[in-house]
Ligand binder design. Sequence first.
Ligand code: C2E
Ligand code: CA
Ligand code: CA
Length: 618
Amino acid sequence: MPNKYNDIILDALTTLTTDYAPLKGKEFYNSICKYIVKNFDIDICFVGRISNYSKSLVNVLAGCSNEGTLECFEYDLKDTPCENAINNQHALYVDNLEKLFPDDQMLKELKIKSYAGIALIDKEQKPLGILVAVSKCRFQDPKKIEKMLRVYVGSLSAEMERFNYEQNEKDLKKVAYFDPLTNLPNRLLITDKINTAILNAVRKKSIVAVCFIDLDGFKNVNDSLGHEAGDFILIETANRLKSFVRPEDTVARLGGDEFVIILSDLENTNDVSRILSRILKSISQSYHYQNNNIETISASIGVTLFPEDDVNSDTLLRHSDQAMYKAKESGKNQFCFYNVKEQNKMKANINALKKIEEALKNDEFEIYFQPKLKAKSKRIESVEVLSRWNHSILGLLSPDEFLPLIEKDELIYIFDSWVMKESFKKLKLLIDKGLKINFSINISSKQFRERTFSSKVFTILDDLNMPYDILKFVQFEITESSALESINHTNNIIEQLKSKGATFALDDFGTGYSSLVHLKELKIDTVKIDKSFIIDMIDNPHDLAITNAVISLSKVFNIEVVAEGVETVDSLLYLLKLDCDTFQGYYISKALCFDDLVEYLNGFCIDSDWKFGKKVKL
Ligand code: C2E
Ligand code: CA
Ligand code: CA
């Protein structure tokens, strides 16, 4: 133990740069106070900081007396020796303390006789706090004590400034990353939390559930009972949510009535369902606000699971949001999982649609024509227009491979228009060659449902500079389901186009399970019996009965009957016997490209090409 004053100072400086160097905050202040109390005639020594909230308050951060360490406390600077110390950078009193500061209760209570205080200041010389040493006796050598305190001023000030800075940063962070209403992490912190959960899940091969929660019925409460009631619900919801999660999970508030829960380190999805069921139940329980019992709040929750949904944190959040909408749409107060497979399929579809759109622009589509044989004239009087895709890699694709996708999208309008435009152009070419033939054009349900359908047809003809009476050679094939959706609409469209000579066929008849009675209500000219009935007709009494019934009834209403899917001579002969008007199918011809059609029509001869003449009289 050094006893000479100079040795003490030297020792103080050494310990400051060695033993105390790694210490911070309270520990650092305490060590210094202890050293001072131990080596001088000092009873109490402490370090105080000027309060953030009031410049006249000092928070004692650390200190000690002969009896041990001090509890932290706060005191008012007014009329104390410390006030002078802070104002004048230092203060030293060895006499008359009680008289000089009669209002300082602390001095009185502790019977302090001597006081030395020195201000702690920041780089700009502004006071930060104070180092105080007091004694119940008169200081023997006050100057030495003051000098001793000065040894520590620089280090204490620097440490206090660092600490204040750190505290400020923490406060700033709190404002930036936490929601002030609920104290929950906010949107900025969520990404971090999800990332941490993902890293942990990868390491432990576990599951993370990102759950997006949106309250149902919140707006109503806010509007009817006011914002304070709304705030109450949000705080209460935050508390209820927090009560269901473990320390490693996160509950955050995105804003408004949207919350996010990140459940980490799960072993299976059942855990997620179990927790969410409990959360739903808890949120939908009543909220007591003032004299109101609010019972109309519930939650819609969307969930996505990592690693099944193997995407980044922002995308996980977006996916859970999408799933939340599904929960809302399905009736609220429930949770829905984000369906990765379904969504991937949707994305693939979007890509495929983009490719189809490009292919249309690049002229990769082509219309083919399937001849239809008329029993009465024994001639090919019409052809059905069928589209094909000349795919650069996959070859010639039939509609089954691209139509279902297009039909679900707006692209079908563009596609149907393209088919009509191509058909009108080719029809004109044939007429110009002297081949008078009718074209049957398939119209998608979506397109036919539009009230503007007929004007669209006219616009296409206008654009092609063609007279509307070319429609005399056109039959539109519409499906049973789209025609029956609104009989009024169907008949309106039919009338508008019939006035220019077009005719209408009900396609795929029999597949829509509609009653034959509807045939009478629709102003159609033709019924096409679906190929599924024709192909097996001979061996299947049920198919035969339907075919027979459709043909008989059509005769009554004076409607032409086309049998599709005529693949064999036998079915052709049978259909002839049933009095079917027109035949379409592989037995007559498959769909042909334009040049082949021209060749086919020019060379068509019923006697040489058809072998059924001997058995049946056409
Ligand atoms: P659909 O209107 O029923 O057309 C008849 C389909 O049956 C055609 O198939 C044709 O190639 C096929 N087919 C013809 N004869 C026979 C036969 O004897 N046996 C069998 N098993 N099948 C036969 P495709 O060309 O694959 O067209 C499929 C469907 O796609 C069409 O059925 C039609 O609904 C639709 N479609 C085709 N082209 C277009 C188009 O340009 N626009 C629209 N909106 N739909 C089209
Ligand atoms: Ca058709
Ligand atoms: Ca058909």
